[in-house]
Design a protein. Structure first.
Length: 187
């Protein structure tokens, strides 16, 4: 391929913004998504992700739910405000019903839990319809899982402000932080 052909093929590739606070994860996923035809721009912070979005105008975005101590939901909202056609997938290791609902309300087209591979992410970016074959559990959520879900709901209601959420829950901020740092209980 000549340099002109290479440059032309780069121009035809859809732009994708990838924001995750784990630089190693970003690099591995960037390479994998580039092999799947995307021109990938990465950031490790909400502010730098927003700046990249404004300068590159991505067609696609993969946003981590927790970016350092900030919420990726803020970035999903801003990306949707910049361009309602940007197809956004929220990716998280801390999945909850509350954050999944909010991500979709704010403009994400899909919500995936880690570990998710590049093929799953690429499929989610292009999927337009829901999946009626999703498994419905026979048993209700455990008490521990319900508590975790409730904490997430209150945190989202207070826009990620841990101090405000702790006050609303009537608990110490550090106690809430410890509970939130734990991964959700698997049911």
């Amino acid at each position: 391929m000549t340099p002109v052909e290479m440059e032309s093929s780069k121009l035809e590739r859809p732009r994708l913004l990838l924001v995750d606070d784990d630089p190693t994860f970003c690099e591995v996923l960037r390479q994998a998504l580039e092999k799947r035809g995307f021109e990938v721009h990465t950031a490790n912070e909400v502010e730098s992700g927003l700046a990249l979005a404004e300068s590159t105008e991505p067609e696609y975005a993969v946003i981590d739910l927790r970016i350092g101590h900030e919420s990726g939901l803020q970035l999903v909202k801003r990306l949707a405000e910049l361009d309602v056609n940007t197809r956004i997938v929220m990716l998280t290791g801390f999945a909850s019903i509350a954050t999944a609902v909010e991500a979709i309300k704010l403009g994400a087209v899909h919500y995936l839990t880690k570990p998710a591979d590049a093929d799953e992410i690429a499929t989610a970016l292009h999927r337009d319809e829901g999946d009626t074959s999703v498994e419905i559990k026979d048993k209700p959520l455990s008490v521990k899982r319900l508590e975790w879900e409730h904490l997430q709901k209150v945190l989202v209601a207070h826009e990620g402000n841990i101090s405000a959420a702790a006050r609303a829950l009537g608990m110490h901020r550090r106690t809430l932080q410890r509970k939130l740092e734990k991964r959700p209980v698997k049911d």
